[in-house]
Design a protein around this ligand. Structure first.
Ligand code: HEC
Length: 211
């Protein structure tokens, strides 16, 4: 839908957004774009808090760059624009782009929900897991098949509570971790081979970690 992304409309949108300094979080879900950005683009652009907005010409100039890193965005101007807007949001707000989806209060996710937070082909995951208070936790991942996977648990301040590579056994990865700073956390997984997560849970753990 080319008419949607005319220069005119995006300029108008910027004019609308800029004076109050706020970003319009649209109802239409950005989830797919946020997941792509926070898995694929995050490798270089995470926590890039320059405070400066990039303007529309930068989007035109960076089309090839965006497609080099995420080829499935070819011909999808709306997706390129969303990725660009998410980068701008991070630069200005120094925060992850908000995801307009309720977070599981029980901190248990099944595959129907998990599927929405994965990139289609390589099954990289980025999932907002909500608020965690200080304490010891256990994170359990159930995968449809065994693989090696890099797992991150990141605070909204971009601190890593978990940053490690795990081998699953019987389709399961168990991670013990400690939260020191209360706040919102985000789970990220880069599997070596695409492997669907069928269940993810985070529970307070009884096991004391060494002091
Ligand atoms: C391997 C590292 C790397 C990856 C992965 C990457 N970028 Fe970049 N990107 C850069 C570098 C380096 C620059 C130039 C310096 C800058 O502006 O930060 C850049 C610049 C940009 C710019 C231009 C910003 C401006 O103001 O001119 C945009 C937009 C952009 N990247 C979007 C993306 C998106 C979207 C993705 C994911 C699909 C992505 N990048 C993936 C390294 C990367």
């Amino acid at each position: 839908m080319k008419w949607y992304v005319t220069k005119w409309s995006s300029t108008l949108l910027l004019l609308f957004i800029l004076p109050n300094g706020a970003f319009a979080v649209e109802d239409r879900s950005f989830t797919e774009s946020v997941v792509i950005f926070n898995t694929i683009c995050a490798k270089c652009h995470e926590a890039q808090c320059s405070g400066r907005l990039s303007f529309d010409e930068a989007l035109e100039q960076s089309t090839n760059h965006i497609l080099r890193h995420y080829q499935p965005a070819t011909g999808k101007q709306w997706l390129q624009k969303e990725l660009f807007d998410i980068l701008n949001y991070m630069k200005v707000k120094c925060a992850y782009y908000p995801i307009n989806k309720p977070v599981s209060l029980k901190k248990v996710w099944e595959s129907d929900v998990l599927d929405e937070f994965a990139t289609l082909l390589d099954r990289k995951y980025f999932i907002p897991v909500g608020k965690l208070s200080p304490g010891n936790y256990q994170l359990v991942l159930e995968l449809e098949k065994d693989t090696k996977a890099t797992v991150h648990l990141i605070s909204e301040e971009f601190d890593m509570a978990v940053e490690d590579c795990f081998d699953s056994s019987n389709g399961r990865i168990d991670v013990q971790f400690t939260v020191e700073d209360p706040g919102n956390y985000y789970f990220r997984m880069y599997p070596r081979e695409p492997a669907k997560i069928t269940r993810l849970s985070i529970t307070k753990s009884e096991i004391e970690t060494k002091h």
